[in-house]
Write a protein that binds this ligand. Structure first.
Ligand code: SF4
Ligand code: SF4
Length: 75
């Protein structure tokens, strides 16, 4: 899946942890590691997201902990 499609399907904007500072969403795929403005983990909707499902990603809190690749490498 490309980044454009991931951003279209991403449910981060509905998440209780989400803070909008006009940055790119789909944090699971992002090259940039974490969000500049999301710091509090108040729940994560990634486990129900179609991107997570289709890409078979295994982690959560990509906005605060880093993208799938990063979390995969450090776990
Ligand atoms: S898995 Fe999470 S970060 Fe990735 S696109 Fe879905 S909601 Fe956004
Ligand atoms: S990565 Fe998870 S915790 Fe962060 S905004 Fe997206 S759904 Fe919410």
């Amino acid at each position: 899946m490309d980044m454009k499609e991931a951003i279209r399907l991403c449910v981060c904007r509905m998440c209780p942890s989400f803070v909008d500072c006009k940055e790119e969403i789909a944090f699971c795929m992002a090259e940039k590691s974490t969000s500049d403005c999301i710091t509090k983990e108040n729940g994560c909707l990634c486990p129900g997201c179609p991107v997570q499902d289709r890409e078979e990603f295994q982690h959560v809190y990509y906005c605060t902990k880093g993208c799938e690749k990063e979390q995969h490498e450090t776990s």
